[in-house]
Write a protein that binds this ligand. Structure first.
Ligand SMILES: C[S@@+](CC[C@H](N)C(=O)[O-])C[C@H]1O[C@@H](n2cnc3c(N)ncnc32)[C@H](O)[C@@H]1O
Length: 326
């Protein structure tokens, strides 16, 4: 797999140009990344394959995706996946041992790709890659993939997980050690067939964990980390910026799946799933559906929050927001 790394600067600082090896990580020049995966892999479908098998959902543009992998599901599985609450997804023992504070179980990303990856191939993107769950699922399915992550520790973790994917025969995923705010410098417009991601839930990992009392663990001190922004409005604006880039690189008809949780700070509830939904309408996304990811089986140290003075809800679910570019 290719790892592209840049020298870190402030949120608005331009990337360094140059090529070297730093700490065992390949450092590539920005120019070599321009044009994105379509040029690098030579494995993405062209207009011909997209127009051969046009979808029936009104999408009739050259380059649009021709339906998703869900078409290959049997009826029983289709019905099971279609139920609006998913409560059967848990990390396996190996995933529980990995050092990322907010990683997905691979059963979640595998299922999302089983449903939403384009039938005619296409690049899978995760702009907030973390430990690489989405990228590993794409690699397992033989799909080209690209992930953005600021932390070199997590890049290493993702790289290690990729080496453990059995019988992977697809193209090598690209791991970009840069802010996804610069997505368009690496990925060609309309080259992505699916985005599956989970952004930082504002700066919540930096708060004391009142629900389960576990120690605070966050993503690090990179000044470009969206999870370090104090102001909720600025955080939402930064997310809108990243997803505006995602919208531009997605093909018509492609899905963008965003997993989020609402946030409480003292007396204030911040309904992140609602606010992010509003922000993603701005570049043009349609909110196509919502699945509730019920994680209560993972919370075994819950406390009666606020007891006995103020009733507080213990949140044990996340939102799987299904956006589409139409
Ligand atoms: C919720 S976690 C993603 C976890 C991932 N789904 C997994 O399974 O491991 C969000 C990640 O986004 C990264 N991040 C924060 N700001 C970023 C930015 N501007 N560009 C790229 N990655 C960023 C954090 O370092 C963190 O690993």
């Amino acid at each position: 797999m290719t790892i592209v790394n840049n020298m870190k600067g402030g949120r608005k600082q331009a990337r360094e140009h140059g090529s070297s090896v730093s700490g065992g990580v390949e450092v590539s020049v920005k120019a070599s990344c321009l044009g994105g995966m379509a040029e690098d892999d030579g494995s993405l479908p062209g207009k011909d394959s997209a127009t051969k098998n046009r979808p029936r959902n009104g999408i009739d543009k050259p380059g649009a995706i021709a339906g998703t992998a869900a078409a290959g599901l049997d009826g029983k599985t289709w019905l099971r996946y279609s139920i609006s609450i998913w409560d059967d997804l848990a990390k396996n023992r190996e995933e529980r041992s990995l050092k990322h504070p907010a990683m997905f179980p691979s059963s979640l990303t595998d299922r999302l790709l089983e449903i939403f990856s384009p039938r005619d191939g296409g690049l899978v993107l995760d702009p907030f890659m973390g430990s690489g769950s989405t990228i590993c699922s794409a690699y397992r399915r033989g799909l080209p993939a690209i992930g953005f992550e600021l932390s070199l520790e997590y890049i290493d973790l993702a790289r290690q997980r990729l080496t453990e994917v059995p019988d992977a025969s697809g193209p090598r995923p690209r791991l970009i050690n840069d802010s996804s705010e610069r997505l368009l410098s690496y990925v060609a417009p309309e080259s992505v067939g699916l985005c599956v991601t989970s952004p930082p839930y504002w700066d919540v990992l930096r708060q004391r964990r009142t629900a389960d009392g576990k120690p605070v663990r966050h993503y690090g001190e990179d000044c470009q980390d969206i999870g370090r922004i104090n102001s909720y409005e600025e955080f939402l604006a930064a997310l809108q910026g990243v997803f505006t880039g995602v919208y531009q690189v997605l093909r018509t008809g492609a899905y963008c799946i965003v997993v989020v949780m609402d946030v409480r700070k003292k007396n204030n509830l911040y309904p992140l799933h609602l606010d992010i939904s509003q922000r993603l309408l701005v570049p043009g996304f349609i909110l196509d559906d919502i699945i509730i990811w019920d994680r209560r089986q993972e919370y075994n140290r819950l406390k009666p929050l606020g007891y006995p003075h103020v009733f507080r809800v213990n949140k044990v679910h996340e939102y799987i927001l299904i956006f589409q570019k139409r």
